[in-house]
Design a protein around this ligand. Structure first.
Ligand SMILES: NC(=O)c1ccc[n+]([C@@H]2O[C@H](COP(=O)([O-])OP(=O)(O)OC[C@H]3O[C@@H](n4cnc5c(N)ncnc54)[C@H](O)[C@@H]3O)[C@@H](O)[C@H]2O)c1
Length: 341
């Protein structure tokens, strides 16, 4: 079977997951190179993944490694310049979300992708590959709920990992940019439209440290879409029971709810504590299958020349909407969203 030789950039929390999948679980992929700022992470690539071609300098990997594609899983501020460099070096690109951390950066990324139409570019909005979301989308396309007019999305990180959230809060871009971007993408996907206005609120209830840096521990945003549909996002960092990702799509003839009880599996425990359903712990567990499917899709696109459905413009739009949401939260006012292209 023909294999796509690929290098991974970034071997942190998510980079290790993608690298392991590319090394062992994606037919058609061959992980042949890796890059990280940290020697300790490169030791992981060498010892655990048997990748010997390792770099601490990304440009050096692009210049020297025998690869046709890169998976960019570095810190968000690196994505736009790294994807442009990879495309210029003749590589296909899978890039983690967010596309960029400023809207101007996203516009520059659009130009870089447009310059290389012969190369595959896929942005990592992995929820679109999760089996339950894929099922919901297919049902909606089949007319199972009539015309969808409202998406209600909840995305709350586990309280268990609050220390990490506090540590990264200053550089995360804020609650709505860091956390809500997946829900923003899902609203656009299900409603087939872009929001024209947003009103967002938020505050800090148990952890004043977020308010002290101008951020929020939890927040809500209400959107009105171009096609008159509505969106509601509730996002936060302190779900006591685990990782709570829930989405409801309401239509003229019914509705679909995805994981209203974000349970670990189908088992239910009956004991002295009552009837207990354990919650999924964090994103690697919840989206394990989606992470594999999105990379399989990327490799299939490279092998067949197919153009991915998720494109660079989805990355720019979701970033624009996340910034407008943050502005509304900070100004305490309704924000009309302008899409200057
Ligand atoms: N899709 C999702 O569900 C999801 C989940 C978590 C993280 N992410 C995204 O994935 C990206 C990585 O997140 P993380 O939590 O793994 O971060 P992390 O901080 O754990 O790891 C960052 C990695 O990038 C490397 N790196 C940074 N700058 C680099 C450079 N210039 N050259 C080479 N390597 C460099 C670091 O050495 C490290 O290996 C972020 O953009 C984040 O938003 C997405």
């Amino acid at each position: 079977m023909e294999k796509v030789k690929i290098g991974v950039a970034g071997l942190g929390r998510l980079g290790k997951i993608h690298a392991r999948n590319l090394a062992f679980k994606i037919p058609g992929a061959e992980l042949t190179a890796a890059c990280s700022l940290l020697e300790s992470e490169l030791a992981y690539a060498k010892n655990e993944l048997n990748v010997q071609d390792c770099y601490t300098n990304y440009d050096e990997m692009l210049a020297k490694a025998d690869i046709q594609a890169v998976a960019i899983v570095t810190s968000s501020g690196e994505h736009c310049k790294q994807l442009a460099a990879a495309l210029d070096a003749g590589k296909h690109v899978f890039c983690e979300k967010p596309l960029g951390i400023t809207v101007d950066e996203c516009f520059a990324a659009e130009k870089a992708v447009e310059k290389h139409p012969e190369k595959v570019f896929l942005l990592g909005f992995m929820r679109r590959f999760d089996p339950s979301y894929v099922y919901a989308k297919a049902k909606i396309e089949d007319g199972a709920i009539g015309e969808p007019y409202l998406v209600k999305a909840t995305g709350v990180d586990p309280l268990k990992y609050i220390e990490g959230a506090l540590k990264f809060a200053k550089t995360s871009g804020g609650l709505f940019i860091d956390m809500a971007i997946h829900d923003i993408d899902l609203m656009r996907w299900f409603l087939k439209s872009d929001p024209v206005s947003v009103y967002a609120v938020g505050s800090s209830y148990g952890f004043p440290q977020f308010a002290e840096i101008g951020d929020a521990e939890a927040g809500c945003a209400l959107y009105k879409f171009q096609n008159d549909a509505m969106g509601i996002i509730h996002t936060g960092r302190t779900a006591a029971h685990g990782y709570h990702i829930e989405t409801e799509i309401v239509g003229t003839k019914g509705s679909i709810r995805i994981s209203p009880v974000p349970q670990k599996n189908l088992a239910i425990l009956y004991n002295e504590q009552g009837v207990v359903t354990e919650c999924v712990e964090a994103f690697p567990e919840r989206f394990d299958e989606a992470y594999r499917s999105e990379l399989q899709y990327f490799i299939d696109c490279v092998l067949t020349g197919k153009t991915p459905e998720i494109n660079v413009y989805d990355g720019t739009r979701s970033t624009q909407i996340a910034f407008a949401t943050t502005r509304s939260f900070k100004e305490g006012a309704l924000v009309h969203i302008q899409y200057s292209d």
